[in-house]
Design a protein around this ligand. Structure first.
Ligand code: PA5
Length: 445
C-alpha cells in the first residue's frame, strides 16, 4: 500500500501542528461518511471501489472486447474528468513506444474533444482516414462544446467510412442516465451506453465506465485496478487512526503548509509514465479546491527532465512552494550500465549499476537539495507501476482531496468558476439563448 513520509516538511512546519489537525480531519471524514458537508450530493465516489459489482466489470470488459475486435484505433472523446483519469492510467501502464509499433495487441487509444484545435482535428481526421476506428463519447452533462464538436465530426466520419451498422457497433456513449444531447444521440442511434452516476462528479469518475472502459480497451486489467482502489478505500477509511491514515496525513500536511505561506504544491515524479497522473491530479485538486479566493495552486513536473528547466526555479525562486514526490520503488524492467574499456565518457563509475539506481540517487539528491533550498518535501511511495498500485494511488488522492477541501472550508465537488468562460464563448458565438449576453459582450470589444 501507499506510504507517505512527511519528515522533510518538518523543518518548515511542526509535527505537532500537523497532528493538531486530527479532530478537523475526523470532522471532515464524518461529513464525507454521513453526507453532511458541502456538495453532499456528489459523494458517490467515496465507497465506489467496494460497491462496484463483478457483473458491471464484466459488462465493461465485454464492451471493450467488441471495440478491441473491431477497431485499430479507439478515440476517447472527453474533456477534464471525462478523459484525464483514463489517460493517466493508460499512459502509466503502457509501453512508451507501443504507438510506434506496427503490430499491436490492443487498439491505439487517441484522445479528442479535450481541445478546440482545428489543426488537431484536421490531422486526427486525416490520420483516421484509412483506419478502422471506434469512438467512446464521454460527457456527463452531454453538452460540453469541446467534446460535442469533436464527436459530431468523428461520428460522421465513422459512419461514412465504416457504414452505419458498424458505426453503431463501435461507438459507445458514457453519459447521464437521461439528460443531455449525448444521451439523446445514444438512445436514438442505439449505441451501447453506460451511465455516469448522478452522485459522481467528472474528476472523481475514473473508477466508473468513464475510466474503466478506455482502460479495458487499452488492454489493462480493470479488476486489479479496482482491487487496488479497494485496498486504498480500506487504508484511507474514516475508521483508520489519523497517524496511520496516509490520506489524513497528506490532507493535514498540505493544509498546514498552505497556512504557513506555501501556496503552490508541485507534484513531482521521476518516471515519465506518470506525466498524466499529474495532469489528472492537477485537475482533481485545482478544480476541487481553487475557489472562494483560496486554494493551493497545483503544479507538476517530470524529473529529472524538468530539473533542467523548472529545477532552477524550484531551487532558488520565490519560497512559496512545496513538493510532493511520487516515488516508484521498483521498475518493471532492468537495464544495466555497460562497462566501457576506453571510458571516454567517464561513466565507468556507474558500470554494472541499474539505471534505476542512478534515478534513485537523482531523486534523493534532489530532495536534499530542494529541502536545503527552502522547499518542504513529502514523499509518497508506491511499490511499482501496475494496475493495483495505480488504483491505490487514484483512490488515495480522491479521498485526500475530499478531506482537504473540507479542511479548507470549500465545496470540493462543484466547479462554478468553469462556467465563466463558457458564458462568454457562447455569447461571442451567438448561441441561441445568449442574446442578452451577446449584446453585452459585443459592447466590451
Ligand atoms: O470534474 C468535472 O466535473 C469537470 O472537469 C468535467 O469532467 C468536465 O468539465 C467535462 O464535463 P462533461 O463530462 O459534462 O462533458
Amino acid at each position: 500500500m501507499i506510504s507517505l513520509n512527511i519528515e522533510k516538511t518538518l523543518g518548515f512546519i511542526s509535527r505537532e501542528k500537523v497532528f493538531a489537525y486530527e479532530p478537523l480531519v475526523k470532522e471532515a471524514q464524518n461529513a464525507l461518511e454521513k453526507g453532511t458537508g458541502k456538495g453532499n450530493d456528489f459523494l458517490g465516489w467515496l465507497h465506489l471501489p467496494s460497491s462496484i459489482t463483478q457483473e458491471h466489470l464484466e459488462d465493461i470488459k465485454a464492451t471493450a472486447q467488441v471495440l478491441r475486435e473491431n477497431c485499430e484505433v479507439v478515440i476517447v472523446a472527453g474533456i477534464g474528468g471525462s478523459y484525464l483519469g483514463a489517460r493517466a492510467v493508460i499512459e502509466a501502464l503502457s509501453n512508451s513506444f507501443t504507438w510506434l509499433q506496427d503490430k499491436k495487441s490492443a487498439p491505439s487509444i487517441i484522445y479528442a474533444g479535450h481541445n478546440i484545435g482545428e489543426d488537431y482535428l484536421y490531422e486526427l481526421t486525416h490520420f483516421l482516414q484509412d483506419k478502422k476506428f471506434g469512438v467512446i463519447n464521454i460527457s456527463k452533462s452531454g453538452t460540453t462544446t469541446e467534446t460535442a464538436l469533436a464527436f459530431r465530426i468523428l461520428k460522421k466520419q465513422c459512419e461514412d467510412q465504416r457504414g452505419k451498422e458498424m458505426a453503431q457497433k463501435v461507438i459507445v456513449a458514457i453519459t447521464d442516465a437521461s439528460k443531455g444531447a449525448a444521451r439523446v444521440t445514444a438512445d436514438k442511434e442505439g449505441y451501447k451506453s453506460f451511465i455516469i452516476p448522478d452522485n459522481v462528479g467528472g474528476r472523481f469518475s475514473v473508477l466508473t465506465p468513464v475510466g474503466l472502459l478506455p482502460i479495458a480497451v487499452a488492454g489493462f486489467n480493470i479488476d486489479k485496478l479496482v482491487a487496488g482502489a479497494r485496498e486504498a478505500e480500506k487504508a484511507c477509511g474514516a475508521d483508520v487512526p489519523f497517524a496511520e491514515n496516509p490520506a489524513a496525513i497528506y490532507a493535514a500536511t498540505r493544509n498546514e503548509l498552505y497556512k504557513s505561506g506555501k501556496k503552490i504544491e508541485i507534484l513531482v515524479n521521476f518516471n515519465p509514465k506518470l506525466h498524466y497522473v499529474s495532469e489528472w491530479w492537477k485537475q482533481l485538486y485545482g478544480e476541487s479546491e481553487g475557489k472562494e479566493n483560496k486554494g493551493i495552486f497545483p503544479a507538476a513536473v517530470d524529473f529529472s527532465t524538468d530539473l533542467h528547466s523548472m529545477g532552477q526555479w524550484i531551487q532558488e525562486g520565490e519560497r512559496t512552494i512545496f513538493e510532493t514526490v511520487i516515488s516508484v520503488e521498483k521498475t518493471n524492467h532492468t537495464v544495466l550500465v555497460p562497462s566501457d574499456e576506453a571510458n571516454l565518457d567517464g561513466l565507468n563509475f556507474l558500470a554494472g549499476k541499474r539505471v534505476d539506481e542512478v534515478n534513485k540517487m537523482a531523486e534523493l539528491g534532489t530532495q536534499l537539495a530542494h529541502v536545503d533550498g527552502g522547499v518542504p518535501n513529502m514523499r509518497l511511495c508506491i511499490a511499482d507501476l501496475s494496475e493495483q498500485t495505480i488504483g491505490e494511488l487514484l483512490y488515495f488522492f480522491e479521498v485526500a482531496c475530499g478531506i482537504s477541501g473540507y479542511l479548507l472550508g470549500v465545496n470540493p465537488f462543484n466547479q462554478p468558476g468553469v462556467e465563466a468562460y463558457k458564458k462568454n464563448m457562447f455569447a461571442l458565438l451567438n448561441k441561441p439563448g445568449y442574446e442578452e449576453e451577446s449584446k453585452a459582450i459585443q459592447s466590451r470589444l
